[in-house]
Structures are given as C-alpha cells and as structure tokens.
Design a protein around this ligand. Structure first.
Ligand code: NCD
Ligand code: ZN
Length: 357
C-alpha cells in the first residue's frame, strides 16, 4: 500500500508584485494568478503606463473581465510615477480605493520604463504626499547609469538612492521590489518596520549561470538580472527566516515566446502558473515549510495594512513535470505561446484544484 500524499494547508496567498499585461495577453495570463492568489499588486507598466485614476479603474475592469467568474480575485492597482505626475491625482486614487500603492521605475530601468522618474528630486512633492497619507512606494531598485556593471546596479541603487531617500522621508513606507542581492536583503532586514522587500521564486531558484547553461537561455533573463550563487543563498535565508520584512511577490512578467527568443529578447520570467508550488519547493529544501504561510499569506497583508485572507488552499505532495510550453487562449480565442518558469522540470508540490480539501 502506498503512503497517502502529504498535504499542506495554507491561508490563500497574495502576490504583491505581478505583471498581468493588457489586451489579448491579459486574458491568457490572468487566470493563472487568480487560480492561486486572492489579491495581487498589479504593475502599471502598460503602454501607455497607468498614471491616472480613470486609467486604473478601466484597467481594473479589464482584469476583472479576464479572470474566471466567481474566483474571488481582487486586483490591487498601482500608479506609475513620472516626473510630472500630479500628487493630487494619486491621493484622490488612494482615497477612492483605486490605487493601493505607487510604483517607482527609474527612467529606462526596465520594460516600459521610458516614462519613469529621471531624478528623485523631481518627485519630492509626491513622496511627501505618500508619507502623509501612508501610501506605499514600490521601488524598482536599479541605477540606470551605463557605467555601472549590470550585476551591481541594485547594490549601487540601495547605497546611492534608497538610503538617502529613506533618510529624507523617514515615515515613508517602501517596498524594495524583487530583491536579488545579499546587500539588499541586509539593508531591508535592518531597515525598520517601514521598509520591506518582495522576493521572486526565480531569484530563489536560479543564479546567473542559468542564463548561460549550455548556450544562451533567454527564459532565465529578467530584471533585475539573477546574481551570483552567494546572493541566491542570501535570498533563500531571508525568505525563510521568518522576518516579516520579506514577503511573496512573483514578478511574473510574461512575454510571448518569440519576443523572448529574439536577437534582443525581452526581460521577464513567466512564473505565475506554478508560483506557489515553486515557493513551496524552496521552503521545503530549506527545511522551513512551516514558515511558508507567513511569507506567502501573512507578512504582505500586514505591511499593506490589509486583513489576511480567510480562505485556504491545499498543496499536495505529488511530483509533476511542468510543460515545456503553454498555449493559452487570448481574448480572441487564439492560442499564445509562453514558456513557464520550471519548463520541463519536476516540481514536488501540486496546488489542489479543489481548493481546501
Ligand atoms: C518586467 C516586465 O517585463 O514588465 N520585466 C522583468 O524582467 N521583471 C519589468 C520589471 O519588473 O522589471
Ligand atoms: Zn516587475
């Protein structure tokens, strides 16, 4: 007789950093997030970016229409900061429950960041507003200076820009998004209760070698780019430490296969389809499965001042192989081709499709 499969019950998690895209692709990718997560902080780097309350409300409706009816998924919208955004518009959106947070992209740092902030000094009135109303600032923490090596851009951002910003705005709530370095993890761990960080599944699983294993591997290219092994180990330690400053944010960033496998391929890893299974594997490997629920379902809402979810999900200890490619139906009923994170690999845990059983 075989042993019954192990089961792990958790409060339903939230994803505190995801790209759901728009148009046809939104329809194809949003169900993967809604299947696992109750809420998600949705990034505003559309083309054009989400900079007004009206644009965010319209986008929220398109997201709601793209997820299965009755799945109980709540998208939490963000405002894309530009040099000229009006602080009054942000405050109006926050008070109306449309904007949950603001996203700071240094200009040209990543996909659709051309309209981002060119100099932090230009948004001082915005930062003062966020500080006063208690609205979180979500930071893509990389310098864009071409003279700085790409593998050093996060650590240099923390020292040159983030530390002085926090000194100038001591009451500002800041999430340093998708951290990739030991320096960032140390900075956040010692930064006090107004500073937190999200950690992606891919930065817990891969180091920079993955991009060059046996050839050029665009499916492992994302921004901030994966770093050396010592940084991956520091991130695993931070995520599984039980420190409430670190919580789940996938940074799932889908690009169609042909846009990734190109002479100038796009940055981004599509990890949404198996995200919670991917995190569960890391926590199990680190002997910290009992800390998964807090990282995935408690520390995020605590930082954002929201209640944790009451529903539960079940993970079952049943190994399964992730498909090499996914063909997902877009809004027009056409299949779009995407390569999921862990393509062709075995994952130890499977999310039970029946919910909590
Ligand atoms: C993101 C995207 O494609 O929108 N890409 C990525 O590599 N993570 C942008 C971002 O979060 O940097
Ligand atoms: Zn992102």
């Amino acid at each position: 007789m075989s042993n019954p499969a192990q089961r792990l019950s958790l409060r339903r998690p939230d994803d505190w950093h995801v790209h759901l895209r728009d148009g046809a692709v939104l329809q194809a990718v949003a169900p993967a997030t809604a299947r696992q997560f109750a809420r998600a902080i949705v990034m505003p780097n559309l083309s054009p970016p989400v900079t007004t309350v009206a644009a965010a409300e319209a986008y929220r409706e398109r997201i709601r229409a793209a997820v299965p009816a009755g799945c109980g998924f709540t998208p939490l919208l963000t405002a894309y900061l530009t040099d000229t955004i009006d602080p009054a518009e942000i405050e109006r959106g926050f008070n109306a429950g449309v904007f949950t947070a603001c996203k700071l992209y240094p200009a040209h740092a990543t996909t659709n960041a051309a309209a981002g902030v060119s100099d932090l000094a230009r948004i001082t009135p915005v930062l003062e507003t966020l500080e006063r109303i208690g609205m979180p600032l979500l930071v893509h923490g990389e310098v864009t200076d071409a003279a700085i090596d790409i593998f050093d851009r996060e650590a240099v951002f923390v020292e040159r820009h983030l530390a002085p910003l926090l000194r100038r705005h001591s009451a500002l709530k800041v999430v340093l998004e998708h951290i990739t370095t030991a320096e960032a993890a140390d900075f956040v761990a010692t930064g006090g209760p107004n500073l937190a960080a999200t950690i992606t599944p891919h930065h817990l699983h891969i180091n920079r070698n993955a991009m060059f294993q046996g050839g050029l591997r665009p499916d492992f290219y994302c921004l901030p780019v994966a770093k050396r092994e010592r940084h991956r180990l520091a991130l695993r330690a931070a995520a599984t430490s039980g420190d409430p400053s670190f919580f789940l944010g996938t940074d799932s960033a889908p690009h169609l296969r042909h846009a990734k496998e190109a002479a100038c391929g796009c940055a981004g890893i599509f990890n949404a389809p198996y995200a919670i299974e991917s995190y569960a594997q890391v926590f199990e490997e680190e002997g910290a499965l009992e800390r998964l629920e807090a990282f995935a379902s408690l520390y995020g809402p605590r930082f954002y001042g929201l209640p944790p979810n009451e529903e539960r999900i079940t993970l079952v200890g049943e190994a399964h192989t992730v498909p090499a490619r996914l063909h997902l139906n877009d809004a027009a009923g056409e299949a779009v081709e995407l390569v999921p994170f862990h393509a062709g690999e075995l994952l130890r845990w499977r999310l039970s499709p029946e919910g909590d059983v």
